[in-house]
Design a protein around this ligand. Structure first.
Ligand code: UFG
Length: 344
């Protein structure tokens, strides 16, 4: 039986983190958030409390600060697992400023692993990415598709982090680690109370679309339409953030039930690929509006096409995505257009 106890969630105020905190509470866990709010907003916590009717323990701490992290672990002797989201995530910025990425993403992980070891905590769920597969030779990708040389320092930190966790599991033989390889998270909570808060000009497709529809951006540029895909634009596996959040709960339950130590990777996607233009047209259709867009040149570093084979998560975690792209695009627009996320 899994014991439904306290779960430390680093980066719990962020986009995926906040949705996961809501799902953890729904599932009977008690999340404790550790976040330094460098890329998230404090009022998101009020929204989570409002949504769930629970008050949340929050600690404003940088995960690289070993002393402060240790203090938080000392406060909660009953933590039964850690979900480690906290990391920098902008691919382009990581190319401009690699040390920021190697330093923050890798130090925070080692600090968390050390604290887990000090406190004998055996369950870790880690945010990895489909970026570890690079440009795959075959799609869909399975968890045994070869890991490729990373094309950005951000991607490299995900590959190295997976390696660090595996080495720690092998050495320590007491840790159950789950590496969740996310595909492309989109959407927002259906309540419209929490969602993605990109800083500055969005890099990702869906926030760029919603900001264009709202008039914050003039026009979306579709990065290339001469790829060898269904309509010439890149193909990705877009997954609703609420489904992705639920995968973390399933991963925790699974890891808590493992007797042996293990480090396992799971693809967390829908199993379905969509092109950029399919997303643009689905967004227009479900929200009944017209989007300003133009076709531009390719963006360097983009893989042509990738989507997940999701059987492993379905069988082992008893999890699969339930919400379709139309729902995700409706929820993204609901979050953007109702404007309540601009309040402080
Ligand atoms: N795109 C556009 N115009 C935009 C933004 C994006 O056409 O203004 C296109 C991209 O070229 C790509 C698709 O939309 O084809 C998706 O792009 P995103 O930036 O939303 O997502 P990526 O697939 O590039 O990146 C995501 C995650 C990264 C992760 C990467 C791994 O954001 O964290 O997948 O492939 F590293």
């Amino acid at each position: 039986m899994s014991s439904k106890k306290e779960i430390l969630v680093t980066g719990g105020a962020g986009y995926i983190g906040s949705h996961t905190v809501v799902e953890l509470i729904e599932a009977g866990y008690t999340p404790i958030i550790l976040d330094d709010f460098r890329n998230s907003q404090k009022w998101i916590i009020d929204r989570i409390e409002d949504l769930t009717g629970n008050s949340i323990q929050v600690h404003e701490v940088d995960c690289c600060d070993e002393v402060a992290v240790e203090e938080v672990f000392n406060l909660y002797p009953n933590i039964s697992g850690v979900i480690h989201f906290a990391a920098d995530k902008a691919v382009g910025e990581s190319v401009q400023n690699p040390l920021k990425y190697y330093s923050n993403n890798l130090s925070s992980l080692t600090v968390i692993l050390k604290a887990m070891d000090n406190h004998d905590i055996k369950t870790l769920v880690f945010s990895s990415s489909c970026t570890v597969y690079g440009e795959p030779e075959k799609i869909p990708v399975t968890e045994s598709t070869p890991i490729k040389e990373a094309t950005s320092p951000y991607g490299d930190t995900k590959i190295i982090s997976e390696r660090i966790i595996k080495a720690e599991v092998d050495a320590n033989k007491s840790l159950n680690a789950i590496l969740l390889r996310y595909f492309n998270p989109i959407g927002a909570h259906p309540s419209g109370k929490i969602g993605e808060l990109p800083q500055g000009i969005p890099n990702n497709l869906v926030p760029y679309i919603t900001q264009t529809a709202k008039g914050i951006r003039e026009e979306l540029t579709v990065f290339g339409n001469d790829y060898d895909t269904v309509d010439g634009t890149n193909v990705r596996d877009y997954i609703h953030v609420v489904d992705l959040a639920k995968a973390h709960v399933a991963a925790l339950d699974y890891a808590n039930n493992q007797n042996e130590y293990s480090c396992e990777a799971f693809n967390i996607g829908t199993g379905k690929g969509s092109s950029v233009l399919e997303i643009v047209h689905a967004f227009e259709k479900v929200n009944n509006l017209k989007l300003n867009y133009k076709i531009g040149p390719r963006r360097s570093g983009d893989v042509v096409a990738i989507y997940a084979e999701v059987d492993k998560a379905k069988k082992a975690l008893n999890w699969s995505s339930e919400l379709d792209i139309d729902t995700a695009l409706k929820d993204s627009w609901n979050w953007e257009s109702n404007g309540i996320h601009n309040e402080d």
